[in-house]
Write a protein that binds this ligand. Structure first.
Ligand SMILES: *Cc1c(COP(=O)(O)O)cnc(C)c1O
Length: 350
């Protein structure tokens, strides 16, 4: 083997595998990466056009306008908010700021697989705790893991399940470290963990504009926590982590909450219909609080994934313990869901 110039942890790690992104112009029914099927608020494009004129100037390093909009929208102080280049950047920043290399980060699995990649890349150690069958929070195991940082995706991916807020509160109380509640899908759920931020200095809630706000391509994430935690993250932040265009897009989107909520309502209606129709095909789903469903297919899940792909329908298959019997299907438009159901009705009996 050729000599490697990388750190051992980098040599050992495998890169994060995102869902396939078809080439521009390729016609597929894309239900594999939990993007929103509806467009973002028209105010976003207007705002981005306006700031393009000033693109020769560096952007605001502290995202003043976006943070002010978020503070107003969700009832926080701007000083309790940090903006990231997607919530993925905020996850990476948290690990860098909170976890010394060699120390532990804990999370229940299966979950968002980027956690593992980021922890390994930092040279820290992942402590994974299996979700119980009912997907309640394995609070005791997480609290006693010795981790400096615990990730809980709520709703969880790829299952769509949510843990009880009082279990998260108990974890925040019991852990000598930071609890990060990754709320990428919270707008599609019934409640959220913002209340815990007000109660606990060691809780940070992460939001993204990628899913509910239809802005996955703009890369805008937000972190909400009490000031000391935000101050610490600001110290290690890249100075210009969001472009002028991303900042303008994010602020315009957050100032048009009604647009987002209308799209979320449509997605939730389609989700209910999708779960019902899958049930009629003999496919059960975990109770999803997100913009995707996790459908139990059985031992042939991978074949069904391949058969759908051959028909131009992309969903997500994870060859991992606990989830290799199922498919994660993003809730698309009603028309997209109809195409999926029609294909499944043909594929499944075979
Ligand atoms: C999509 C997703 C993210 C990433 O969001 P970005 O803001 O696009 O980086 C984070 N966490 C979970 C659980 C997600 O599914």
């Amino acid at each position: 083997m050729a000599k490697s110039y990388f750190r051992e942890n980098v040599d050992e790690m495998s890169p994060y595998v995102p869902g396939e992104q078809p080439a521009d112009g390729e016609r597929v029914v894309k239900l594999n990466t939990n993007e929103n099927p509806y467009p973002a608020s028209p105010r976003v494009a207007e705002a981005v056009n306006e700031v393009m004129v000033d693109a020769r100037l560096y952007p605001d390093p502290v995202a003043t306008g976006l943070r002010a909009a978020a503070a107003e929208a969700w009832g926080f102080e701007p000083a309790q908010i940090i903006a990231g280049n997607g919530s993925d950047e905020l996850l990476a920043m948290l690990i860098r700021a909170v976890v010394p290399p060699g120390e532990k980060v804990a999370y229940p699995v299966p979950t968002y697989s980027l956690y593992r990649t980021l922890v390994k890349g930092h040279g820290a150690e992942s402590v994974t705790v299996q979700w119980p069958d009912d997907y309640t929070l394995p609070m005791k195991e997480l609290a006693s893991s010795g981790a400096r940082l615990v990730f809980v995706a709520r709703p969880n991916a790829p299952t769509g399940t949510v843990v009880a807020l009082d279990a998260l509160a108990a974890l925040a109380r019991g852990l000598d470290g930071v609890v990060c509640v990754d709320e990428a899908y919270a707008d599609f759920a019934e409640d959220n963990a913002f209340g815990l931020v007000r109660e606990f200095g060691n809780v940070i809630v992460l939001r993204t504009l990628s899913k509910s706000f239809s802005l996955a391509g703009a890369r805008v994430g937000l972190g909400f926590a009490q000031e000391p935690l935000i101050d610490g993250l600001n110290k290690i932040k890249d100075s210009y982590n969001l472009s002028r265009m991303a900042l303008a897009a994010g602020e315009a989107a957050v100032r048009d909450l009604e647009w987002m909520k209308a799209n979320v309502a449509k997605v939730r209606r389609t989700r209910t219909r999708l779960v019902g129709e899958l049930g009629r095909l003999g496919v059960s789903c975990t109770a999803s609080h997100a913009n995707f469903v996790f459908a139990s297919i059985g031992p042939k899940a991978r074949n069904v994934y391949e058969a759908l792909k051959a028909r131009g329908i992309l969903v997500r298959y994870f060859d991992e313990d606990r989830v290799r019997h199922g498919l994660r299907i993003t809730v698309g438009t009603d028309e997209e869901v109809d195409e999926l159901l029609k294909a499944l009705a043909e594929i499944l009996p075979a």
